[in-house]
Design a protein around this ligand. Structure first.
Ligand SMILES: Cc1cc2nc3c(=O)[nH]c(=O)nc-3n(C[C@H](O)[C@H](O)[C@H](O)COP(=O)(O)OP(=O)(O)OC[C@H]3O[C@@H](n4cnc5c(N)ncnc54)[C@H](O)[C@@H]3O)c2cc1C
Length: 385
């Protein structure tokens, strides 16, 4: 992929933001189990970073998706994965469907403030009984006059404890599971919406992950994004950007883990030579660097095709799968070469080890990616999801 001066400028701006405005607070936010998303988003909004690919009519920059990928990659300059993940939810997971299919009125009410950094968004797909099997969701939105009345709940909602609105997938009619759902904007301060709890996790600590309950939540039908019954399809499209974003976002953390490990093992001596001088160590690190470059090439290729208007479902799924697997491998192998230091909390590689584990689970588990890839390859048995 050819990067222009504008891409490089964007990359520098985002990396500086991470170094100067996020990293100094990172430890405190991790300890608190939440970070001030409203404050951080207001700053990102001022810098014009929350609407790179969004329409100008709502304050976006209307750039192509390669800019979103550059930003995702540059956010890897953050010390951990939690804050980038939360920002990615705002820019590339909760808002793409609203930008593509939402009415002008709905976009002014919810997308424009999300781009300005005045509102925090979350995306509500997963539920206690439905994660990988999205079609199995149980949250319903029943029509009553001009409103929908929503009952049910969502689990694992990133930004959920502090979000202003949710892009919520709910069942809106009887009928086939892929054609009876809609995406609806649910303002989180509406009566009947409760944050039941925030979930204690093994990583991504600075990001709040919430369980949300809906009890007779009344929202106007005009809060539906696009057509009724198209929510599942819209969400599948929205997942493309989420997956490409996640793969791009993993790259810098992997580079850094390897670089930090090279630096540490170069000065750490065992049996009369450095740890790095052991052939198994420098060969393993060389192998991992090669893998990261291969992942980067895959991400850029998928991006190029996406920008050209092609369907990249398969390539984005491959990139997400590879990113998840490679993050686990890099974190585990690098951690090993730090010895006991690798097992300490403040070690940069142990941070990747904790935060990176979710890459093989969230946004579609590795096995879900394999099913999609196989389905497009025509090798999935008929009738399998
Ligand atoms: C930190 C974090 C943040 C998240 N943020 C959000 C969010 O903001 N919004 C949201 O909607 N969701 C979010 N999620 C939920 C996430 O998308 C789900 O956890 C994920 O889709 C997996 O669903 P599940 O946890 O229900 O696992 P299950 O669906 O129960 O799957 C369990 C395991 O089964 C295996 N599996 C799945 N499919 C197959 C198959 N076909 N064949 C064989 N094995 C298979 C996989 O290994 C999978 O991990 C988040 C999750 C985490 C952990």
């Amino acid at each position: 992929m050819m990067f222009t001066h504008e891409h490089e400028q964007l990359r520098r701006t985002v990396e500086r933001f991470c170094r100067e405005e996020i990293n100094p607070h990172y430890e405190a936010w991790e300890e608190a189990g939440i970070y001030p998303a409203h404050d951080v988003f207001r700053r990102l909004g001022e810098l014009g970073l929350l609407g790179l690919t969004k329409p100008a009519s709502v304050g976006g920059a209307e750039l192509d998706y390669s800019y979103a990928v550059v930003m995702a990659e540059a956010l890897g300059a953050c010390r951990g994965g939690a804050v980038p993940m939360s920002i990615g939810v705002q820019t590339d997971m909760a808002t793409p469907a609203l930008a593509r299919f939402g009415s002008a009125e709905l976009q002014q009410e919810f997308l424009a403030p999300a781009i300005a950094g005045e509102m925090v968004a979350c995306v509500g797909v997963s539920e206690p009984g439905a994660g990988s099997d999205v079609a199995a969701i149980r949250t319903t939105a029943r029509k009553d006059g001009d409103d929908y009345v929503i009952d049910g709940g969502k689990l694992w909602i990133t930004n959920g404890a502090q979000a202003d609105w949710m892009c919520c997938l709910a069942t809106t009619s009887e009928g086939a599971a892929h054609r009876n759902k809609s995406l609806i904007v649910v303002p989180m301060r509406t009566r009947g919406v409760t944050v039941e709890r925030t979930i204690r996790k093994i990583g991504m600590l600075a990001s709040d992950t919430a369980q949300i309950h809906f009890d007779g939540v009344r929202v106007p039908q005009r809060y539906r994004i696009g057509d009724e019954g198209r929510g599942f399809t819209y969400q599948m499209l929205q997942f493309q950007e989420e997956r490409l974003w996640a793969a791009a976002n993993s790259l810098q953390g992997l580079d850094r883990a390897i670089a930090d490990t090279i630096e540490y093992t170069r000065q750490r001596r065992i049996f009369g030579r450095s740890v790095l001088d052991q052939q198994v160590v420098h060969y393993t690190l060389a192998e991992l660097q090669t893998e990261v470059e291969a992942l980067r090439a895959l991400v850029y290729r998928a991006t190029e095709r996406y920008v050209a208007g092609q369907d990249v479902t398969q390539l984005a799924s491959m990139a997400k799968l590879k990113a998840g697997r490679l993050t686990r491998e890099v974190a585990d192998k690098c951690l090993q070469y730090w010895g006991g230091m690798g097992f300490t909390w403040d070690n940069p590689v142990s941070q990747l080890y904790r935060d990176g584990r979710v890459a093989s689970i969230g946004g579609g588990a590795d096995e879900v990616m394999l099913s999609i890839i196989a389905k497009i390859a025509g090798t999935l048995p008929k009738g399998d999801a």
